[in-house]
Design a protein around this ligand. Structure first.
Ligand code: DP6
Length: 333
């Protein structure tokens, strides 16, 4: 008797995290992760998640291993949710082993969900024998984590909110080498944040400021997009800081209130403003945690890195330049 033997199919992909310059906060649809507004980000070169997905007929369930440790619960359910979509698209039924590594120091508070779900979407779809377009990959990654949609294309990226699963995806607005910006990430606290982004998005609309934030988004997006295209750091720095402050105002006024800043975060923001008044082109932006992303042109990166390292309460500084798209690094049988 002949047994049809399915080959083990494996693929490995790598993706960078990204820093939002115009933020995603709040959804039109929480399940599909259709955001309330477009967002713009820059991929962070040098930092990455590398993920291998291998579909195996012998596995009774999906297995997730992150940095050498088996992970169960919510994180693994979220991975299986994406694998289920991939299985449905490819019409396969095998469970998968997912082995994922982050090269950035773990516990630094650098969000890994963007790079993780971008790498998972690419490796998983390849391993299942699918050849998805950039748009399809961005949509798939979005369903795991909204910001992951922006880690599929390279360089400076805009995520078009759209209104449904088909038209909510990200695309490049400029290549990585378009503008030599540097993100010096001041690591304020390595401790795990209390409220994750998913929960935060869910309560964004409890803040009366969210409607104003969303209504004003097209204006901010246009200023930011044009500033990037023209490499206009003055326009860029004011809109990036304004957008970050506006998102944190929504967070602080939602129910329950979310306060992500620590005293050291505020110290860095104040210093950055002072340095700019002293003539250095530099600005800050903060995601859903206490770390402060300090962005400047390449020419200022060395001095900014040094100044940040001298500050009290700063545990480490990670330096990242504009990064490329998610990519396959190895394709198995
Ligand atoms: C503050 O993409 O992490 O970093 O879709 O629930 O996974 P989920 O949320 P996530 O939210 C990111 C929020 C942010 C701003 C941004 O990256 O645009």
């Amino acid at each position: 008797m002949w047994w049809y033997h399915h080959p083990v199919t494996t693929a490995t992909a790598q993706a960078n995290p990204n820093i939002a310059l115009i933020k995603y906060w709040g959804n039109q649809d929480n399940t599909l992760r259709i955001p309330s507004n477009n967002s713009i980000s820059m991929n962070l070169d040098g930092l990455y998640t590398r993920t291998t997905v291998s579909f195996q007929p012998s596995l009774p369930f999906d297995e997730l291993i992150i940095n050498g440790h088996e992970v169960m619960g919510t994180a693994s359910d979220r991975v299986s949710y994406i694998l289920d979509i991939i299985r449905g698209m490819a019409n396969i039924h095998e469970r998968a082993e997912v082995i994922s590594e982050n090269n950035f120091p773990s516990g630094t508070g650098i969000a890994s969900s963007a790079s993780a779900f971008a790498a998972l979407a690419l490796a998983g779809s390849k391993a299942a024998g699918l050849n998805l377009s950039e748009q399809e990959l961005s949509r798939l990654a979005r369903r795991g984590s909204g910001s992951a949609s922006r880690s599929i294309p390279g360089g400076f990226v805009e995520w078009q909110a759209g209104t449904n699963d088909e038209d909510s995806f990200a695309f490049s607005i400029a290549e990585p080498n378009h503008w030599d910006l540097v993100d010096c990430v001041a690591i304020v606290s390595a401790s795990h944040k209390k409220t994750g982004s998913t929960e935060g998005h869910g309560i964004a609309w409890t803040s009366p400021l969210q409607a104003a934030r969303v209504a004003d988004a097209p204006r901010r997006l246009e200023i930011c997009r044009n500033a990037i295209l023209k490499r206009d750091f003055n326009a860029f720095s004011s809109i990036v800081e304004f957008d970050s402050d506006m998102m944190h105002a929504v967070m602080m006024t939602s129910t329950p209130a979310l306060h992500y800043w620590k005293p050291a975060s505020l110290d860095v923001m104040n210093c950055v403003r002072q340095w700019r008044m002293d003539g250095i082109p530099v600005c800050y932006t903060v995601d859903a945690g206490p770390n402060v992303h300090v962005i400047c042109p390449e020419t200022e990166a060395h001095i900014i890195d040094k100044k940040l390292r001298e500050m009290k309460g700063i545990e480490n500084v990670l330096v990242a330049r504009p990064g490329g798209p998610a990519k396959i690094v190895e394709n198995g049988k």
